[in-house]
Design a protein around this ligand. Sequence first.
Ligand code: BTN
Length: 334
Amino acid sequence: MAKRDLAAELLRELGQDRTQYHSGEELSARLGVSRTAVWKAACRLREQGYAIESVTRLGYRLTALPDGMTKELLEQYLQQGRGETVICYEETDSTNTRGMQLALEGAPTGTVVLADRQTHGNGRLGRSFVSPAGQGVYLSYLLRPDFDPAALSLLTSCAGLAVCQVLEQHGLAPAIKWPNDIILDRRKVCGILTKLTSDAESGTINGAVIGIGVNVTQQPQDFPEELRDKAISVREAGVTVPRAAIAAGIITRLDDLFLRQHILSQPAENLIGELTRRSCTIGRRVEVISPTGQYEALAVAIAPDAGLIVELPDGSRRTVSSGEVSVRGLLGYT
Ligand code: BTN
């Protein structure tokens, strides 16, 4: 039997209502332990950075949470029970790699892997994604419908929309640089990398792992020198939010889009409208870099499959997909 974690249980109790005091007597009855054990568990939580007031005759009240990336903390921001399919690592190579592994092992749709630090964070086009401890949100969301592999761009776009909506809730005005970068003040705050998983025997697609990396607390000097004028964090953009709140916000938005709204089975107009409204690529001259060559074009619209519709100098239009091209904005991000 797993060892009981009384501190985590107390945190759950106190977190249910942070405006009220919870009496020691009531807590000891609910947890089925002595009042001394409750007091010890509160001390352990304080050591982990939780601020817990204790007032004679009133009891305990949770007043502030630390900025960590543990499951207990995340559960403070998630709906009750949602944490059951969330796996939190203090350190892992890549949450996408863990997510792919879990997909192979048959983990259910909506499973989430999170890490405080990644040692081998993967970016697009074989690049790495710098993922230091204590500074970002690194999460992978597993989706296992029977979807068409052509929906890959749509998945990444939905994740981009989810991240934007969370940042907007905190008063920021993010933009989407097609296909997978979220931009604040002309710099990248988040990158998304979606991987499809296939069944080894049949070769059919049986899932997707949507990897999302958000810079949250970095100061400019925390970024590697070559990224300093290209990267930004939520804090540098002027907003201080606990990382767990951002992570939980993204998970909740993704659940809403994929598991409640079933966005991939809905007509695409709404989603494309939301993406277009936030796009900082549309209306810009872009450089399309594809395996067959490189050319300049004008980005004119987002296609129903979330591809980018570009117009060439001769007036003809074509749709480019994220898998085959890299689009570089010629005039910067905005
Ligand atoms: C990019 O900007 O090129 C995509 C970056 C994606 C980074 C995230 S962090 C969580 C997940 N795990 C990874 O190894 N990569 C993604």
